[in-house]
Design a protein around this ligand. Sequence first.
Ligand SMILES: Nc1ncnc2c1ncn2[C@@H]1O[C@H](COP(=O)(O)OP(=O)(O)OP(=O)(O)O)[C@@H](O)[C@H]1O
Ligand SMILES: [Mg+2]
Length: 260
Amino acid sequence: MPASGAVYLSMVLSIASQKGGVGKTTTSISLAAGLAHRGKRVLLIDIDSQANSSKVLVDNFQQLRAEQTIYTTIIDRRPLAVRSSNITNLDIIPSHILLSNTDVKLTTALDHREARLKTQLAAIRPDYEYIIIDCPPALSWLTINAFTASDKVLITVSPGYFELDSIVQISKTIQEVREYFNPQIELAGFLYTMSDPTVNAKTSLRILRQTYTDTVLKTIIPRNTDIRDAHFHKKDIFTFAPQSKSAQAYERLLVELFHL
Ligand SMILES: Nc1ncnc2c1ncn2[C@@H]1O[C@H](COP(=O)(O)OP(=O)(O)OP(=O)(O)O)[C@@H](O)[C@H]1O
Ligand SMILES: [Mg+2]
C-alpha cells in the first residue's frame, strides 16, 4: 500500500504481443521485481485470464474470488482490487480465469469499454512510481484497455517467422489506440527474448534490426532454463538466480528502459 503519503508521477508500461509464449509475463515479473528490489513503489496489473504472473506473485492465488481480481473492474466497473505481492514494494492486481469470456461482454457494452481500467487506475496512480501491465496474447478489448491506460508499450518478440510477422498487426493496434483512445501512447521498443545461438535466432534478430532499426532495444534476453525454474519456485529471476545470464540481461534492460 502507499508509502507514507508520498505522491508519485507514475509511468504506466504495458508488456504486449498477440503471439503466445514470447516472454511477456517473464518480462513483466522481472521488470516489476527489479524496480521493487531497487526500492521503487511498483504495481503489476495482470490483465491476462491465464493469470500467470498472479500465480507466481500471489500466495494462495487459487483461493481468490473474481471480485478480488481485475475482473471486478473490467466487468463491474468497480475500484481496482490491489493487494500485496510476495515481493516487498510490489503490489499486484491479480487476474481471474473468468476474464477469458470478457470480450463478448465488452463487445456489446455501450459505455467507454476501452477505458474501464484507465478510469479506475486514475484513483491509485499517484501511489506508484511504476505500473506494469502484463497483457494477454491477443489484440482484444483487454489489451485495448491496457493500451488506453498506458504511457508506453514494450513489445516482446522471440525468434521465428510468425513471431516477427505478428509485429505488423500489433503496431497497427497501437496506431489505432493512439488515434481513437490515447494520443499519448508511445512505443517503448521491441524486446528480443529467448534468443539462442541457432541460425534461426540470429537471422530473426538481423531482420528485426533491419526492419525496425533503433526501435529494437539493445538488450537481448537469452533463452535460459533458470527462468522456468524461477517460475516453478514462485520467485523472480533476481531472487532465484542472481548470477544467471537472464538475470544479468534483465538488469541491463532495467538500465536501458528506466536509466536506473
Ligand atoms: N528467456 C527465457 N528463457 C527460457 N525460457 C523462458 C524465457 N522467458 C520465458 N520463458 C519460459 O517460456 C514460457 C513462456 O514465457 P512467458 O509466460 O513469459 O510468455 P508469455 O508471452 O507471457 O506467454 P503467454 O502469451 O501465454 O502469456 C514460460 O514457461 C517461461 O517460463
Ligand atoms: Mg503471459
